[in-house]
Write a protein that binds this ligand. Structure first.
Ligand code: COA
Length: 254
């Protein structure tokens, strides 16, 4: 089965994470597919808006943990960073629809989206510290800008899951909906945007992000280097082995 579904209707391209048996854990293959879709959509005049979604009760459990252990991302020339750069640079409106869990990169990728709608069942988490890791995807720069430094410190240092209402309160999401309305609402909003003059949408997005591009790319690169180093450390290895073994991690002595 294709782990990324791609559907274009009414000038709206919808990309759906479709690896439900692994809670939409993201693999290198999935990052490559998403990167390719975004690159094509950026060039394609028939696409005016992109929606990124999972299912109404599942967004993503973050990076695939087995791949983190077996094939940790080495340099910046890897699918995950291709995806992050194409997401960060995507010129047209990008809407995310989040239901259920959004873990790790499942939450940090939202910082690159223009509008985020979520179900009241959404559960966000930035668990990096609890996994012996550090922030990624530009989140050390973008999270404080989005939610303010105080909330960003709390979310990143404690790394505890937070609800849809908390995400709304800090400004991570635009609107909270009943789960059964989430995907339809995101589509309706995407179609409303797609009916507007495309050049004005693109220019407005560009102006809203003016001056940020280089800083975002630098943050992604700086974080990537630290993240890769931490991924090789004993705490991260223990955290991921424990997850796969379905037990609590033992950080004593680490
Ligand atoms: N990578 C690889 N496999 C994953 C995964 C991930 N990120 N998240 C879930 N899975 C797998 C589980 O290992 C399990 O596989 P199995 O059926 O072969 O045993 C299956 O998906 C179902 O996951 P499970 O944990 O049993 O579902 P749940 O409903 O109890 O919990 C989550 C869902 C999303 C809350 C939980 O899976 C989770 O916290 N995952 C995040 C893992 C993580 O640390 N991500 C990296 C962040 S940097």
């Amino acid at each position: 089965m294709n782990p990324i579904l791609s559907l274009r209707e009414h000038s709206v391209l919808t990309l759906t994470l479709n690896r439900v048996d692994k809670k939409n854990a993201l693999t290198q293959e999935m990052y490559s597919l998403l990167h390719r879709e975004l690159q094509q959509a950026a060039q394609d005049d028939a696409v005016r808006v992109v929606v990124l979604q999972g299912q109404q009760d599942l967004f993503s459990s973050g990076n695939d943990v087995s791949e983190f252990l077996q094939r940790p991302p080495g340099g910046l020339d890897t699918p995950v960073f291709d995806f992050l750069r194409s997401l960060a640079d995507f010129p047209k409106p990008l809407i995310a629809a989040v239901g259920g869990p959004a873990v790790g990169i499942g939450t940090t990728m939202l910082l690159h989206c223009d509008l985020v709608y979520c179900g009241d069942n959404a559960l966000f988490s930035l668990p990096f510290v609890n996994l012996g890791l550090s922030p990624e995807a530009g989140s050390s720069l973008l999270l404080p800008l989005r939610v303010g430094p105080a909330a960003a410190s709390e979310l990143l240092l404690f790394g505890e899951p937070f609800s849809a209402d908390e995400a709304l309160a800090v400004g991570l999401v635009n609107r909270v909906l009943p789960p059964e309305q989430l995907l339809d609402y995101a589509q309706a909003q995407a179609r409303r945007l797609a009916a507007k003059p495309s050049a004005s949408l693109v220019l407005t997005k560009q102006l809203l992000r003016k001056g940020q591009r280089e800083a975002v790319h630098a943050a992604i690169a700086d974080e990537a280097w630290q993240f890769a180093r931490m991924l090789q450390g004993p705490a991260a290895k223990e955290a991921f082995r424990a997850f796969l073994d379905k037990r609590k991690p033992d950080f004593s002595g680490l």
